[in-house]
Design a protein around this ligand. Sequence first.
Ligand code: AGP
Length: 607
Amino acid sequence: MCGIFGYIGDKQATNLLLDGLRRLEYRGYDSAGIAILNSNISSSKCIGRVANLESIVTSELNGTCGIAHTRWATHGGVTDANAHPHLSEDGTVAIIHNGIIENSRALRNWLTSEGVLLRSDTDSEVLAHLIHRARKDGLSPLDSVRRALRHTRGTWGLCAIFEDEEVIVCARNGSPLVVGVGDGESFVASDPHALTPHTQRVIFLEDGDLAVLTAGGIKTSRLDGGVSDAIVTTIDESWGEADLGDFPHFMLKEIYEQPEALRQCISGRILLGSGNGKLGGLDLATKSLRDIPHIRLIGCGTALHACQVGRLAIEELARVPTQSHVASEFRYNNPVIDPNSLYFAVSQSGETADTLSAVKEIQLKGGQVMGIINVVGSSIARQCARGVYIHSGPEQAVASTKAFSNMIAALTIFSVQIGRARSLSKSDGVSVLKALNDVPDQIERYLSDVGPIMDAVEAVKDAKHVLFLGRGASAPVAREGALKLMEVAYIPCLAYPAGEMKHGPIALLEEGSPVVVICPNDKFRSKTLSNIQECKARGAKIILIHDEGDDEAAAEADVAIAVPSSHSIVSPLLTVVPLQLIAYHAAVVLEKDVDKPRNLAKSVTVE
Ligand code: AGP
């Protein structure tokens, strides 16, 4: 979603800023812009890619202090005028803003009645005018931002620069912002990933924090004028080192990285000797694991599908009632929070606004929430305080792949850990963990010969719609396959538990309709095979994901893709891989922008 990068120091800012924006491109955006302070503020902005912005940036844009932005439209269409930065009428203040100003309509009306000419349809522009008015009243840059924000309701990751003073003022409320401490220079970004080429010393601003950046350093404070608790922390340099290598797209690279990413996730967390799992970050004693009455898993999109797989594993292995929740619904349904229950917030980015808000709601009502997160130091990770990192490494493609696998792996280990504290036998624990341990090698073997993926692509690429079916843990895998194909290839997809198909979606089937069925050799196999017959009887074309050696199932399919056979608890880790590949290759064949699908963002920081 929207990206922010800012620089102040002794170097020419323009190239640094454009480079910063390029590192944020993976988040997804529709326009880009830049403002540089010299003797006055010059800015350029346009719709489209950072490369478009680069082509219109002129030599006037030189100076050692500037801010840059990639916009993902919320209020106002995708137009040059709506791109950030927004300037005050006289051009002496420029701002970039992530988040949503909820009272922008009232503020726009008031500014208009005061004779201010608004040049965009955005909610953000009001901030430039409010800050400018405070500045005209003689307030310092910091106090001008403070006064403007006191009139504002909503969320912000905000940066402002001023014609008459070389500073960047930053503010955070509900939209991530991290400042970077350099030698004789300071940085700000919406994502620490953009800072790592310049500095590993960062300050994660908290909600209500402000920061004033100069070349000489950073001063933080609170919106109410108090002292901020923000401290300098050191982040891992390697986090920023994702590059394509020999792969044409990040999505494909990340699919192929799954074996290694899974090894990173499970390493040191599997105790085969005792058949137990060890997620140290949870810091839960056996006694507490025994007493937990209920578990709730919360996430969005792919993370939600991982929760749905995890829910089944926990109930199966630990016999603890468990539910998964759509984060955006959970928060607003006035959830009943049991302080004895355990809540997990599952997120790759750790910045998803819906999930973060759900965490805050649970905490407000006295619940304990653990994070299952990829990005170290992200907002949700910090908000939860306890939890586990899934160690997928940087995931750049908007379509999540390796994070899905690692979320499931972490939840599987947790299922064993809580199961062993209750009624799970050692031998059952060992058999799940051994199966999990084998998965990286099994995926590697599958990826060395992926089977007739291109035949499946041929069957789906021009389809009006594609139906995905599965039972048990394969039902969320079906949803994940449908989400992947829909988001990168823009093909309408529907996913259903296979047994539910006859209650509605079967009406869609006609001669040649592609149906993707996930049918590993588990207790649901024979029922799913019957559902395949029901589809075939209506002329559907079956793309089947099945276990190696299951020739009887393969014989029922038009396209049969075999994956290595595994324990039913971990089978989603194998069956999802061909679905990821089908989505990827369909998008390539259809010439879609695989890594940055239209309208989507990598970290969804608005509700
Ligand atoms: C996955 O391919 C999607 N792009 C999206 O559904 C994503 O999983 C969702 O927005 C949640 O993101 P998170 O894991 O960073 O919280």
